[in-house]
Design a protein around this ligand. Structure first.
Ligand SMILES: Cc1ncc(C[n+]2csc(CCOP(=O)(O)OP(=O)(O)O)c2C)c(N)n1
Length: 482
């Protein structure tokens, strides 16, 4: 060790080894010993925008990277977030913002889970403690958030196509800015990246592609509840998976009408993270699947109300062998439901829902995880002496028309509730009610679904509130009808 560049914050001038973050330059590189206190970052403190980095020497840039690394660890240890991916590109980010001239030069981050250093160096350091929180910074690049975010991401393998488009547009406009796409070895494995490289070669547009070949597929590793599944050499597994024919068949099944539904192939789609997903925000919400799956003629579409129902639906999907099926699993936690014996579900009758609370006057028909909120709403209304029937639709397709007919006949009001976009479960029910003439009678009916706009990142609870789908909203909708 030959130089101590920064000794981080000390309390009243006293130096506390345990709690202090120490950033040292040693013979073979920078050594950062992390403590619980905010690290002292004298050089980083002078940098608000890339412009402030332009005159730094190579040594300064090295120190900046070391301070940036300590700053990210400190932030993420307090608020959670994408740690390893961001730490992996600290030097790269410093270099890019030193060499290139963003925002005129377009830097595009693939997946976008590694942008913490980029955010810190582009005017957002003081807001880093709000990252992924309601009304705070997004965990990904977002064009609304900063002119330095050239392209919004959150999912992988788009950076080369996006960069190519920007390079072609630049040439058409006669400009001369640089376009830089940064892509990891994991993201590089997807077809879109290959297609984009093919196009880039053909169009011969001038662009820079940086392959961050770290031999890792880093997924979010730091959560406030402790470390999640560790960063792994997933690329090894990815290659194995991709080599398997089963997996390839699944990917090819993406063209779901042509390859699957039309031919009634028994492909089972499992839509993970259905509904609003919280901190990752709109790139990760699963809110359109009911709409685009349930419009396909042969598709069975189901959603479980709790974890026991999930087991039964997995068994149902496994048993459906004459057509495709789709099962949407909410991001919500389980409710502690009693699980079937040996954790083995029993196939359900296809297209049949069930009544879970018997009442009169008002019927609420929930789809998927929303059934829980419908039951809570029924409890609230019970205390006001309003008797509510709650039914679990289980299936959006085929629709349980007998159940809907019964609910419509025996109640004054019928309300459907789902955590999905317009055009989903409520639309199917509405279509049936109108075509069958039920809406010509005395029934009053309302559909509750997500609003027709994207819901920003934040806590799942806040998102449900913003969407107007909490149990209070359901109860209020009913009260407004009475
Ligand atoms: C289309 C798509 N599939 C899956 C994911 C989930 N995912 C998030 S990060 C990540 C790994 C990316 O690995 P790599 O590109 O090597 O980045 P690095 O390891 O350098 O962070 C994956 C698969 C995603 N974001 N988008």
């Amino acid at each position: 060790m030959y130089q101590i560049c920064v000794i981080a914050s000390s309390v009243n001038g006293e130096y506390d080894e345990e709690r202090t973050t120490i950033i040292r330059k040693e013979k073979d590189g920078w050594n950062i010993k992390f403590g619980s206190q905010k690290p002292s970052t004298p050089l980083l403190d002078t940098i608000n925008y890339p412009l402030h980095m332009k005159n730094l020497s190579k040594e300064d840039l090295e120190q900046l990277a070391a301070e940036l690394r300590a700053d990210i660890v400190h932030t993420v240890s307090n608020v959670g977030g994408h740690l390893s991916s961001s730490l992996g590109v600290v030097e790269l980010t410093v270099a890019l913002h030193h060499v290139f001239n963003a925002p005129e030069d377009k830097i595009i981050w693939d997946v976008g889970h590694q942008v913490y250093p980029h955010k810190i160096l582009t005017g957002r350091r003081s807001a880093m403690h709000t990252i992924k929180k309601t009304s705070g910074l997004s965990g990904f690049p977002k064009r609304d958030e900063s002119i330095y975010d050239a392209f919004g991401t959150g999912h992988s393998s788009t950076s080369i196509s996006a960069g190519l488009g920007m390079a072609v547009a630049r040439d058409l406009l006669g400009k001369n800015n640089n376009v830089i796409s940064v892509i990891g070895d994991g993201a590089m494995t997807a077809g879109q990246a290959y297609e984009a490289m093919n196009n880039a070669g053909f169009l011969d547009a001038n662009m820079i592609i940086i392959l961050n070949d770290n031999k890792q597929v880093s997924l979010p590793t730091a959560t406030l509840d402790g470390p999640a599944t560790p960063v792994g050499a997933l690329s090894r597994n990815l290659s194995k998976i991709q080599a398997s024919t089963k997996f390839r068949k699944l990917r090819e099944a993406a063209k779901v009408v042509h390859d699957v539904d039309l031919q009634k192939l028994p492909v089972r789609f499992v839509v993970d993270r259905a509904g609003l997903v919280g901190a990752d925000g709109p790139t990760h919400h699963g809110v359109f699947d009911t709409t685009y799956m349930a419009c396909l003629p042969n598709m069975v579409v189901m959603a479980p109300a709790d974890e026991a129902e999930l087991m039964h639906m997995v068994a149902t999907a496994a048993a459906i062998d004459d057509r495709p099926s789709c099962l949407r699993i909410s991001r919500e936690n389980g409710i502690g439901a009693i699980l079937p014996l040996n954790n083995k579900g029993t196939p359900l009758e296809i297209g049949k829902g069930k009544v879970v609370i018997e009442g009169s006057r008002v019927a609420i028909l929930g789809f998927g995880s929303m059934v829980q909120r419908c039951m809570q709403a029924a409890q609230m209304l019970k205390s006001l002496d309003i008797s509510v029937t709650v039914a679990d639709a289980r299936f959006c397709k085929p629709l349980d028309t007998d159940l809907i007919k019964l609910l419509a006949k025996e109640h004054e009001f019928l309300i459907t509730v789902e955590e999905g976009s317009i055009g989903g479960f409520g639309s199917h029910v509405s279509q049936y009610l109108s075509i069958s003439g039920i809406l010509d009678g005395p029934l009053k009916w309302r559909a509750m679904m997500l609003p027709d706009r994207y819901i920003d990142h934040g806590s799942q609870q806040d998102q449900i509130e913003e969407a107007g789908l909490s149990s209070k909203h359901i109860a209020a909708t009913i009260l407004s009808l009475l």
